[in-house]
Ligand binder design. Structure first.
Ligand SMILES: *Cc1c(COP(=O)(O)O)cnc(C)c1O
Length: 442
């Protein structure tokens, strides 16, 4: 579906923001469809599904602690630290000269075990869910059993008869590839052209089959989907339409609630929490937002961030066409250094939920990501991949908009939280290059 120019003009008439979007300008859009949590139409999942997802994570914790050393200290719970980043806040204030009042926190999913990115939540969850289904059906385990057994040869033999496929720009492939190979599945990762070489190499070293594509993420997904489901024992992790990925991400909210309490951060009507989430297909920011709304209700305000070249969820929501529209339809090239966010078409499952729950979306230029990367490294000694820094511009973008006045909120009382979505697995040389690029731009 390509919109002829005349259609483009029509869109611009409905909202002048389209003009800036197609001209690759950084924009901030606030969502007119945002609903109060109490007034939400029935959703395809609810709080109970989230609680069940949390229980699945708990059942598998003895297994994870057994096979992934880095999860031992937390008894097999895959979680990341929440850090208050005062020095970065000062650095942002001096660079952009606006952000004041309210603390800035970083949710360090760059440190998540197993995959080093937020994909350790969704991706690992969906594969564990699938493995559990197979093990239950074959009578190898009951939900009350000891899940350490998933590491045994008996289980590996079972899973070895099955295949798992996934299409990825990189990080989802890493998480699915690593956990699937560890369980014994035959795993096929369909990588888009923008996927980094080191990610492919790492996956191959773990025993995953990596198939490379000349096209973008959507093409990698369609081919992967087709090939995987042609195998009767194949299971496709569908980033464009997955309830399980979404639920895996949502559990983050229950953990964050505890972390905020432990750091004495109050979240209520007067002290709102603003969360900034880097967004690709919309699954991770959608799932986290869904979870946060279950926990904090209307006191949490969630903003998604996309690259100016890949504003897929923004276009999906603005046009109400959701997964039926791509950035290419609007003449955008979907080319960005933020490989985790290089997605041209939004997720069907996630976007219909985010339609009611996201407060807004802003877009950023690639150069800003590198600058933030270097600023964070200098001020806090924290190293993220470029995609993962996008949320750090949130306070500056949102405080400069009319959002707070509309909502009658006091800027000084807002707690800001940027979700740092990835970075731990980036090779040193690559990171050095990112950092130097950022320094040269500052
Ligand atoms: C995948 C990813 C995102 C976005 O998640 P989506 O589910 O694609 O929206 C953000 N940051 C990083 C580092 C990622 O890998």
């Amino acid at each position: 579906m390509v919109f002829p120019d005349i259609e483009l003009d029509k869109w611009i008439e409905t909202n002048p923001i389209f003009h800036d979007i197609i001209n690759l300008k950084s924009v901030l859009w606030t969502n007119p469809n945002l609903r109060r949590v109490k007034g939400l139409p029935k959703q395809p999942i609810d709080k109970n599904d989230m609680a069940m997802a949390e229980q699945l994570w708990e059942r598998f914790s003895p297994y994870l602690a057994k096979v992934f050393d880095e999860t031992k200290a937390a008894n097999g719970i895959i979680e990341s630290p929440l850090r208050k980043v005062d020095s970065m806040k000062k650095r942002i204030e001096s660079e952009y000269s606006t952000f004041s009042g309210g603390d800035l926190f970083l949710k360090c999913d760059n440190e998540l075990p197993i995959a080093g990115s937020i994909k350790a939540r969704g991706g690992v969850y969906e594969v564990l869910h699938h493995a559990e289904q197979l093990a239950l059906e074959s009578g190898l385990i009951t939900k009350e059993g000891n899940y350490e057994q998933f590491a045994s040869d008996k289980f590996k033999k079972l899973f070895n008869q099955y295949s798992i496929g996934v299409g990825s720009t990189g990080n989802l492939g890493l998480s699915i590839g690593i956990i699937s190979a560890e369980l014994g599945f035959n795993v096929f990762v369909y990588m888009s052209a923008d996927a980094k070489k080191w990610k492919k190499d790492l996956l191959r070293s773990k025993g995953a089959h990596v198939l490379e594509f000349a096209g973008d993420f959507s093409e990698a997904i369609s081919t992967g989907r087709e090939k995987t489901i042609a195998d009767p024992k194949g299971y496709f992790v569908d980033d464009e339409d997955s309830k399980h990925l979404f639920l895996g991400y949502s559990v983050a909210a229950l953990r964050l609630n505890k972390q905020l309490k432990a750091q004495n951060v109050l979240v209520d009507a007067e002290h709102p929490l603003f969360v900034y989430l880097p967004c690709g297909v919309g699954g991770s920011p959608g799932g986290v937002t869904f979870g946060l709304k279950q926990v904090f209700g209307d006191h949490v305000h969630c903003f998604f961030v996309e690259p100016t070249h890949s504003p897929s969820v923004l276009l999906g929501l603005l046009t109400s066409l959701k997964e039926k529209v791509s950035v290419q339809d609007f003449g955008l090239d979907n080319k960005t250094e933020a490989d985790g966010l290089a997605v041209g078409r939004p997720s069907k499952f996630a976007t219909s939920i985010s339609d009611y729950l996201a407060s807004g979306i802003y877009t950023v230029e690639d150069n800003e990501l590198y600058k933030l990367l270097a600023m964070l490294a200098d001020s806090e000694n924290i190293y993220l991949e470029p995609s993962a820094t996008a949320g750090l511009l949130g306070p500056e973008k949102v405080l400069n908009s009319t959002y707070l006045t509309q909502k009658e909120l006091c800027p000084g009382n807002v707690t800001h939280l940027a979700w740092a979505t990835g970075g731990a697995l980036v090779p040193k040389e690559e990171m050095k290059h990112f950092y130097e690029k950022g320094k040269s731009l500052l």
